[in-house]
Each structure stands twice: as C-alpha cells, then as structure tokens.
Design a protein around this ligand. Structure first.
Ligand code: SF4
Length: 120
C-alpha cells in the first residue's frame, strides 16, 4: 500500500510517498532531506501534533490566555488533552512561558502560556 503525504517540517512542503506493508514503512521517497524521512515514518507509525489553544484565567485582565504544548502530542491523545485544558482554570498573574498544566495526560509534555494574562 502507498500513502501520499506532504512534509510539513519546513515551508518547502515536499510531496512524499510512503510504501507500507503490514503496518511497517518499507520505503520513503520524494523527501529532500532526512527530516522528511523522519516526518513520514512518524506520521505513519505514531502521528503527533503541536497543540495550540487557550485556557481560562481567574483574576486576569483577559478571561483566557493562549497556550501551547511544549512538545508534540500524539494525535490520538489530542481530544483527551483538550478536555483537560477546557476544564482547567488558572489564576493570574500568568507570564509567557509559565507551565499552566504539567505533564498533561501523563504524556510527559507540559502546556505553557504563550502570552501573559494581560494580553500585552
Ligand atoms: S523533506 Fe526536508 S526539505 Fe522537504 S519539506 Fe520536509 S523538511 Fe523541508
């Protein structure tokens, strides 16, 4: 079986073709560099995504603060992570880079603030 992907590791967006047999990657072609090979293999065996959203803040100038995952999160855990984030409320003050949720869903990835609660 062959699967076509677009590498999103850099703006070039190389079209990649992956040959898969019994769930295993047999070959990767179309990539311009090693990062593309790694991206394709990860995308087939354990797809991950960065998570970007916002979390509720109590006592801040704004009611929410933007957050992101400090590392990639397995695609099939995104819904679980969003549930935890949506149910969370943190207290102001919040600074850029603050860990607002540590080790979300036991994945070893923290959720960090990408802005302060005052929106500056
Ligand atoms: S294969 Fe390499 S050059 Fe092509 S999009 Fe991916 S990272 Fe960029």
């Amino acid at each position: 079986m062959k699967k076509s992907l677009i590498c999103v590791s850099c703006p070039l967006g190389c079209p990649i073709e992956v040959e898969i047999e019994n769930g295993e990657v047999i070959s990767v072609s179309g990539n311009t560099c090693k990062r593309g090979d790694q991206y394709a293999r990860t995308e087939i065996t354990n797809p991950v995504r960065s998570l970007t959203t916002s979390v509720k803040v109590e006592g801040g100038v704004h009611p929410v603060v933007p957050v992101k995952s400090a590392g990639p999160v397995p695609k099939d855990k995104m819904f679980d992570c969003m549930k935890v984030i949506n149910e969370a409320t943190i207290k102001a003050p919040v600074k850029i880079g603050d860990i607002v949720i540590e080790n979300i869903c036991g994945l070893g990835v923290d959720i960090v603030a990408t802005n302060c609660d005052c929106g500056k």
